[in-house]
Design a protein around this ligand. Structure first.
Ligand SMILES: [Zn+2]
Length: 415
């Protein structure tokens, strides 16, 4: 690395360590910020010489990144931003902290994918899904797909691992129809991890016609865009690879959603030459991811934390949660997005028949939604009140971003 980059990297590590020592989180944002101030090309310098995978999408990227890092770990040391700092500051900090590693697996905020592709020149990019998130400030789904596509067209050598079940992702992963021979077709591997949420992809991003669905198939009624045949699929608590071989995937993470994330992770690792046979056992070692899925004993209750940030991820959380008393917590602070009208896009009917408790800054918004949805509930002021309100046994907690962090703090920042 050039001298400036070496200095920037060293200062970045020190700043992050000081911030950690001061009890201000893991320090990766401030460390990366200072490093990039000293050397604006620091991320590119730190990426040089590493084989890198970038993982992006609206939902599931933190968990998939953790699983993919575990899988690629078969080959050697892997740098990763495991605390979810998924913007260039976080990537810079993660690579500076890891020192020299042959591999890196980085979670990337969907808005920054183009920028991070340019800086890191990745070997593989995984595209998980696109759905609406943070109504008051996130880009429209179709606009995000357009940005992804434009970024990837400029780099036809990047291997793409993409979700065949999401029309927006499929469109973003395939280059525009063109007679320009300079644009060679990208190397795309399709996976199918299922998709519960369809409400952001009824309109074709190519031609504006309606997208129709039947079973797992989907197709545009006005142009050739349709579901490609996936090479990696989820089947019966296991994953089928492109040769048709089936691997049982025994995870400590709940739900079919995570078997899908495991399939994606195996597909990403395969792009580096990792065999599923070698990677699968490592996936089973992942217990929780930055507090998500963590289980904590509290006054005789086994509390499990599930994060749900947007409509698509609420549906997934209902799938992961067991039939047990469930606490829902909603805030609308800056990191959550201030608009809670999305609550009316989520069908809470799967919670009928369970004891449902609600809390959080915006518990009353949730109360109105549950009332309309015919789901009985009880309002509690605090997390401890919720614990005391349910019988000994399991308590599922589903919370959006800052509500999740509040409860995680009450549980001593459980990881
Ligand atoms: Zn179309």
């Amino acid at each position: 690395m050039p001298l400036r980059a070496k200095v920037a990297s060293s200062v970045s590590r020190t700043a992050a360590a000081l911030s950690r020592a001061a009890g201000r989180g893991d320090g990766s944002v401030i460390g990366g910020w200072i490093g990039l101030k000293i050397d604006p090309d620091l991320l590119a310098h730190l990426s040089a010489g590493r084989a890198i995978a970038l993982i992006s999408g609206t939902n599931g990227k933190t968990t998939t990144t953790r699983l993919a890092a575990a899988a690629v770990g078969v080959l050697g040391r892997v740098a990763t931003n495991s605390f979810g700092a998924n913007m260039p500051t976080g990537h810079t900090s993660a690579l500076a902290k890891a020192g020299s590693t042959p591999y890196a697996v980085l979670e990337v905020d969907e808005h920054y994918l183009a920028q991070v592709v340019e800086a890191t020149e990745p070997h593989v990019v995984a595209l998980l899904n696109l759905s609406r998130d943070q109504l008051d400030r996130a880009k429209e789904v179709a606009m995000m797909a357009q940005l992804w596509r434009a970024a990837l067209v400029r780099h036809p050598d990047i291997r793409i691992v993409a979700n065949a079940d999401d029309p927006m992702v499929v469109w973003a992963a395939t280059p525009p129809a063109t007679h320009d021979q300079r644009i060679t077709p990208p190397h795309v591997t399709w996976f199918s991890a299922g998709q519960r949420w369809h409400d952001d992809s009824w309109v074709c991003p190519e031609c504006g016609s309606t997208i129709q669905r039947s079973g797992e198939q989907w197709w545009c009624t006005g142009c050739p865009l349709r579901r490609p045949e996936p090479q990696w699929t989820v089947d019966d608590e296991g994953v089928l690879d492109p040769t048709g071989a089936w691997y049982k995937v025994k995870l400590q993470l709940p739900g079919k959603v995570n078997v899908g994330n495991a399939a994606t992770a195996l597909a990403v690792a395969a792009e580096f030459g990792v065999r599923p046979f070698d990677a699968v056992p490592r996936l089973g070692d992942v217990t929780s991811v930055a507090g998500r899925y963590a289980q904590v004993e509290r006054e005789g209750r086994l509390v499990r934390l599930l994060l749900a940030k947007n409509p698509a991820s609420w549906l997934e959380a209902f799938d992961m949660a067991e039939q047990a008393p469930t606490l829902l917590s909603i805030n609308a602070r800056d990191p959550d997005g201030l608009d809670t009208s999305w609550l009316f896009d989520v069908d809470f009917a799967p919670l009928r028949g369970r004891q449902v408790l609600i809390t959080g800054d915006r518990a009353y918004d949730l109360a109105v939604r549950l009332e309309v949805n015919d789901v009985p509930f009880q309002h509690v002021r605090t997390f401890d009140d919720a614990v005391r309100a349910v019988p000994p046994g399991r308590l599922e907690v589903i919370a959006n971003y800052t509500a999740f962090q509040d409860i995680r703090a009450e549980l001593d920042r459980v990881n």
